[in-house]
Design a protein around this ligand. Structure first.
Ligand code: GTP
Length: 418
């Protein structure tokens, strides 16, 4: 890719072959077989002040195959309930694409209105809310009994456009990243990098990274694992060295001085080629997003960002169980509450049934006891009568044996023995 100077003549540049497909079919290398078979979802969000080239970048990324600008502007109606021009809107566009048997549902979420107001203090808020709502929707599916096929609408990458001022980050940029970095993979890019010279880009990148470091903001960085092959390590280090990516977008084809037709921007002094790594970092950004790190971004979203959100939420639920405000805004807490009520009702019913049963048993027992006592009394009566009879008989027997006449009993009558 030759010289690192972006603005010098295009002659002598090695032509970078334009892929005629998007490139995610590389994924068998990245992705587990199961997700390849089932197909998978990838959602990217673009955030930045208007006019920084967000739409253009999306179209450049996906070679205009997915999101033509006309369709996009037709879809750009404000979502119901929001008034365009006063709030940050959220618009998304999905497309199912398939390459070499790999199915991908790609969604790009745009955030028009971000940073466009006189007071942008809360510009980040609707975006955080949207990202959290997507986490909640996923959590809700996970809690269902049938979780066979989860729809993953979580944001896997957030491309944040930095205005090419050449100075440093603006307070709005810092505020946004501070609020978002624990919720989404942040990928900061310098928009319209062709408006800066190479030296300016280098210095700007350094200042941006200093700011990010100073404010302890966690941006997405391709992890460099030691046990990977040298080529992969080198590739990842190369990508890492370009962060934040200096981007040039273009959806038009221009001719170069040496007569090639490339995607780029033509200037009186030469042509900037979008797909030339010597001209800008677009190729590296695309490589990371689509070719090499799509699965990494998805995994990090699921294992770290979503997991953090989920456990924070569970802790909050434990602490705030009695806060009705919390329940109102939190469907999972509300559900747990309803389940608890239902369980309480069930155990109350069970206790009542037990009580009734015990009562019946007791009644029966006391009835039995009474009849037992009656039986016993009757038995005793009969026994006493028998005992008396036996004693009298024995007395008679003794008299007869001794030859004496029977003594008259108390009533004066004489008993006779037959
Ligand atoms: P909204 O739709 O208002 O949110 O703006 P956006 O951020 O989507 O910007 P858009 O892609 O519509 O681009 C705005 C203008 O900037 C257009 O005229 C583009 O041609 C131009 N533009 C886009 N990318 C670049 C770039 O990399 N360099 C330069 N110099 N101009 C660009």
């Amino acid at each position: 890719s030759g010289s690192s100077s972006g603005l010098q003549g295009a002659a002598g540049m090695v032509r970078k072959k334009l892929g005629n497909f998007v490139g995610f079919a590389n994924l068998p290398d990245q992705v587990h077989r199961r997700s390849v078979r089932r197909g998978f979802q990838f959602t990217a969000m673009v955030v930045g002040e208007s006019g920084l080239g967000k739409s253009t970048l999306i179209n450049t990324l996906f070679e205009n195959k997915l999101f033509d600008l006309e369709q996009r502007s037709r879809n750009a109606a404000p979502p119901p309930g929001t008034e365009r021009g006063r709030t940050v809107g959220i618009e998304s566009l999905s497309s199912d694409i398939e390459e070499n048997g790999v199915k991908l549902r790609l969604t790009v979420v745009d955030t028009p209105g971000y940073g466009d107001f006189i007071n942008n203090d809360d510009s980040w808020k609707p975006i955080v809310d949207n990202i959290e709502a997507r986490f909640d929707a996923y959590l809700e599916q996970e809690n269902r009994v049938n979780r066979a096929k989860l729809i993953d609408n979580r944001i896997h990458a957030c491309i944040y456009f930095i205005q090419p001022t050449g100075h440093s980050l603006k307070p709005l940029d810092i505020e946004f990243m501070r609020r978002l970095h624990t919720k989404v993979n942040l990928i900061p890019v310098i928009a319209k990098a062709d408006t800066l010279t190479d030296d300016e880009v280098t210095a700007f990148k350094r200042r941006i990274l200093n700011d990010i470091h100073h404010h302890q903001i966690q941006i997405f960085q391709p992890p460099v694992y030691e046990n990977e092959d040298e080529e992969t390590i080198a590739e990842n280090e190369e990508i890492l060295s370009k962060v934040p990516f200096a981007i040039v977008g273009s959806d038009t084809v221009v001719s170069t001085a040496d007569g090639r037709h490339v995607r780029g921007r033509a200037y009186p002094w030469g042509t900037i080629e979008v797909d030339n790594e010597g001209h800008c970092d677009f190729v590296k950004l695309r490589q990371m997003l689509i070719h090499t790190h799509m699965e990494e971004l998805r995994e990090h979203t699921n294992d770290v960002l979503y997991e953090g959100y989920r456990s924070e939420k569970l802790i909050a639920m434990g602490v705030n169980q009695d806060s009705s405000v919390f329940k109102e805004i939190n469907p999972a807490a509300k559900q747990a509450e309803e389940r608890k009520l239902h369980e309480a009702k069930l155990s109350k019913m069970e206790a009542e049934m037990k009580m009734v049963f015990q009562q019946k048993v007791q009644e029966k027992e006391s009835k039995l006891k009474i009849s037992e006592e009656e039986l016993y009394a009757r038995h005793k009566e009969m026994k006493d009568a028998l005992d008396k009879q036996r004693m009298e008989l024995e007395d008679k027997k003794r008299r007869i044996e001794s030859g004496r006449p029977p003594t008259p009993d108390k009533s004066g009558t004489v008993s006779s023995v037959d």
